[in-house]
Design a protein around this ligand. Structure first.
Ligand SMILES: Nc1ncnc2c1ncn2[C@@H]1O[C@H](COP(=O)(O)OP(=O)(O)OP(=O)(O)O)[C@@H](O)[C@H]1O
Length: 266
């Protein structure tokens, strides 16, 4: 397997922003208690880039991903995806927008157990009311993701890595503007997890897919172009992965960011 930095494309074109998070806060209220899950976050994700979001447990990573996908609405601020201000959409239009323009990948795969891989991949199109979708797209995706011979299998007869490949194919079937993945390797062993990362890198390099991955692992973030570090609901630091070179130096840079902020706060 190639080293992440060797496998990466040098992106020489001028990329357009695909997702813009502007001054976004998310406050959860639980009785008398309020939790500032995100505070005044600004973030731009450019088309065709692979971004990793890192941070300690509770730093707001999943909240940021949910806001970028329209699964959650912000308490304040604006989220724009593919030129659409999500706040301007009604709940039903937001659901439709999400189905059509945003691909989601989860740690637990979230496949439908009673459907085979083929129908799981097509599920977003069925859910959008398309009764006879173009199935050639499934074959093409299955080919790219190496699951051609698994399409008739249900999730319980697929390995974890195969299930995640099916879930990635499902996330791509509607040709989304961006793919958002929350700990996509969290349920996989390290070798399978690295294969999934390599696949995401390839989708970015060869098809210009825009991918955001939430992860705790520097070996996952090392495949990205850019790392965004969250702490206590704020962006602490962003850095290019090329500056680090590998997972070990990335991990050291991440730790240094977190610890230097501890020092400042102390
Ligand atoms: N629905 C909710 N209601 C109340 N508080 C919430 C809710 N969702 C998240 N939070 C709180 O918001 C903060 C950020 O949570 P979030 O899940 O975004 O963090 P995270 O960085 O993804 O954590 P982890 O790595 O553990 O998944 C945490 O304090 C969490 O308890």
């Amino acid at each position: 397997m190639n080293h992440p930095t060797e496998a990466k494309r040098m992106n020489e074109k001028n990329p357009e922003p695909i997702t813009i998070v502007q001054n976004v806060s998310k406050i959860y209220r639980q009785g008398d208690r309020t939790v500032n899950a995100l505070l005044e976050v600004d973030l731009t994700i450019n088309e065709g880039t692979f971004v990793a979001v890192m941070g300690a447990s509770g730093s707001g990573k999943s909240t940021l991903l949910h806001l970028m996908s329209g699964l959650t609405r912000p308490s304040a601020g604006t989220v724009i995806v593919a030129d659409q201000d999500l706040d301007k959409l009604s709940d039903s239009k937001l659901t439709r927008f999400r189905r059509e323009r945003i691909g989601l990948v989860f740690q637990a795969f979230n496949l439908i157990p009673s459907l085979n891989a083929y129908d799981n991949i097509l599920f977003p199109l069925y859910a959008a009311g398309i009764k006879q979708p173009d199935t050639s797209e499934v074959s093409e995706l299955a080919d790219q993701l190496g699951i051609q011979d698994r399409l008739t299998h249900r999730p319980d007869s697929l390995s974890g890595g195969e299930q995640q490949r099916v879930a990635i194919a499902r996330s791509l079937i509607a040709n989304p503007a961006i793919v958002l993945a929350d700990e996509p390797t969290g349920s996989l062993d390290s070798v399978t997890g690295q294969a999934i990362c390599k696949l995401l890198r390839t989708l970015c390099d060869q098809q210009g897919r825009t991918i955001v991955v939430v992860t705790h692992e520097s070996t996952v973030a090392a495949w990205a172009d850019r790392v965004v570090v969250l702490k206590d609901g704020r962006i602490l630091k962003q850095f290019e992965v090329d500056e680090c070179g590998n997972a070990l130096s990335l991990s050291m840079q991440y730790q240094a960011a977190v610890e230097s902020e501890d020092t400042v706060l102390a």
